[in-house]
Design a protein around this ligand. Structure first.
Ligand SMILES: Nc1ncnc2c1ncn2[C@@H]1O[C@H](COP(=O)(O)OP(=O)(O)OP(=O)(O)O)[C@@H](O)[C@H]1O
Length: 299
């Protein structure tokens, strides 16, 4: 069974180390590389209620994301999923604990190995799709000709060939998402952080985008951390799903290996027996936390 309860979260050291017989060591690396490692990460904020109170959103989070892994994080609303992504991006510093990126502790400042894709578009309305995609490269010092050539290449890769001259208001929600994906991937990050990127899309476009993401991901297997409220989306995309506890002081309470075959087509994989089995197992844990979250947030 793939369910690993709280003990499973503690097994993190074992999970990143391969069993090594002498034969193994000849042709396999000793360690699977970690893209991200949260160690004892706690984030405490000044409470929205004021009165000098504090609110601990996440507490003592220990979690590693393997190089090339597609990891999803699910949990009750407001539990602290985005907070963890913000720590991974270097947008906020934990009150305690550390984040390591490919083995290096991240001090102050942004995680330069990562690109971030938010729920809302980060496209600049006064720039065309191509210019939006090229903007990050220009910021990193590439020449305009070079940046625009890369942007045109990425327009093709995300299915926006011929739409490079459109402004965001001239594009559909799905097209804007594609442009957003290109904007993130053109920088060739080793890590992709995604915060409910497709939640505003209609269901068909959403499935299209999920398949598109899997296709792009499988081309060079970046490490992905994907936050979603949608358990079906989490299972159909991921190698591993982490369930967070209800807040406050949220932490991962269970992890599930998703052993569905790849390549996957999200609408098809959801019909399989194994998918339904995994869904039932994970929902059993998640449901309890969602109910606790509702109970705690009742006025
Ligand atoms: N900068 C901040 N100042 C004060 N409180 C904050 C801050 N950032 C987050 N919080 C609080 O921390 C908790 C976790 O927020 P977070 O956005 O990480 O949750 P989430 O699981 O991503 O939410 P959702 O599921 O609704 O997207 C919330 O109660 C939120 O109000």
């Amino acid at each position: 069974m793939s369910f690993t309860a709280a003990v499973g979260i503690k097994r993190r050291d074992a999970s990143v180390r391969l069993a090594t017989s002498s034969a193994d060591t000849l042709d396999r690396p000793l360690e699977i590389r970690e893209a991200l490692r949260f160690e004892g990460v706690t984030c405490t904020f000044a409470s929205n209620r004021g009165r000098g109170e504090n609110y601990t959103a996440v507490s003592d989070v220990n979690l590693s994301v393997r190089d090339g892994e597609f990891l999803s994080i699910v949990g009750p609303t407001g539990c602290g999923k985005s907070t963890l992504l913000n720590v991974a991006a270097g947008l906020i510093q934990p009150s305690a604990g550390t984040l390591s990126v490919f083995g290096q502790k991240l001090g102050q400042g942004l995680n330069r190995q990562a690109s971030y894709l938010f729920q809302v578009d980060a496209l600049m309305p006064w720039k065309t799709a191509a210019e939006n995609i090229a903007a990050g490269l220009l910021f990193h010092g590439r020449t305009k000709a070079d940046a625009m050539a890369s942007a045109r290449d990425w327009l093709i890769r995300v299915g926006l060939e011929g739409h490079g001259d459109k402004y965001p208001h001239q594009m559909s929600g799905g097209m804007r998402k594609r442009a957003g994906l290109a904007q993130a991937l053109v920088l060739d990050p080793r890590i992709l952080l995604m915060d409910e990127p497709f939640s505003a899309l209609d269901i068909q476009t959403r499935h299209f985008m999920e398949d598109e993401l899997l296709r792009l991901w499988s081309a060079d297997r970046k490490s992905v951390v994907f936050v979603t409220h949608d358990l079906e989306e989490a299972i159909s995309l991921s190698d591993r799903v982490i369930v967070m506890s209800a807040g406050p002081a949220t932490r991962p309470i269970a992890e599930f290996d998703i052993d569905l075959r790849r390549p996957r087509e999200v609408s098809e994989i959801r019909m399989t027996q194994r998918f339904l089995q995994l869904h039932a197992e994970i929902w059993q844990v998640l449901r309890g936390e969602v109910l606790k979250g509702y109970a705690r947030n009742r006025p």
